[in-house]
Each structure stands twice: as structure tokens, then as C-alpha cells.
Design a protein around this ligand. Sequence first.
Ligand SMILES: [Zn+2]
Length: 185
Amino acid sequence: MMKIMIDAGHGPETAGKRSPDGLLREFSFNSAVANLIQQYLMEEGLTVYFAHDEQKDVSLAERTRYANKMQVEAFISIHANAYGTNWNLANGIETYAYLTASQESLALASLIQRSLIMACNRTDRGVKKADFAVLRETNMPAVLIECGFMTHRQEAALLLQKAYRKQCAKAISFAITAWAYRGKL
Ligand SMILES: [Zn+2]
């Protein structure tokens, strides 16, 4: 069985990481989407592991060590974005791969980004590269997804909605499944 690790970014105790009005905490969005993705991927015959813990903060080093130990086929980190700490107009969805990402990693990032844009109809900020620890320290294709801005009023409202969370999870799961079974059917 193909193994996929889902990483809900940050943790229940992480300071900051919330909308300006305090109604939305990033980890609650990240972990809700992670739970939905787990459900959808299990239906597709994939085995899902979580890098995070609902009860306590898990360090980035622990998360990547666990992914490498379990030898998962892909590491998917779920986030919501912020630009500064006050409401502003920055908006949209973006997906990150490592600076020297493999073709496999870039293919996964591109599928996820395109799937999310089609499903969620938000601004397409594209696939980007960054030196994030979860991308750098993992030995397998790894992506980090920013599903919208907590600092944008309309997107913060969406990020709180069950329907938007489901739409994000479905789009991400579709892309992971397509990628995982590529050329293997
Ligand atoms: Zn985050």
C-alpha cells in the first residue's frame, strides 16, 4: 500500500497564526483539512499517516524524521497564509516545492495547485520554490500548500467554512491520488 504523510502545519499551542479578528486559528483549519484528506485518500486505497498531533505541538524536526523513518511516498503540508497581521488585500492559493525539487515533486505541486484553483476558484499564485524545513529535510517528494489568506476578509470567512475545507481537501486528494497512481494502473 502506498503511504502518504499529511502534515497539518503548526499545532494547537502555536502562538499567532490566526486571523486579525481571532476567529480563525490556522491549526484548526489545517487539521480539519488533514482529517478530510485522510478520509478521502483511505477511500482510494492509500495509507495515510499524520505528521502532526491534535493534542500537542510537534517540532518540524520530529515531523520530517517521522516521514523519513516511515518511508512515505509523499509529504503534504497543509497551511493557511497570512500577509502581516492586519486585514489586507493579499489573496489566493499557492503551492511550494523545495529549491532543488525533483521532477516528481514539481509534478505533484503542479497537480495540487491546478486542482485547487479549479475547485476553489481563488486567485492562482502559482507553484513557488522555498527553503522550508519540511521540504528540505524530507527524503521524498514534498509540497507545502497555502490554501488562502487568513488576513483577507473574504478568504478568512471561507477558511472557516466546512464547505470550503471540504473543497480544498477534495482537490488536494484528487491530485495526490492522480499522482500516486500515475502510470501504475
Ligand atoms: Zn502556516
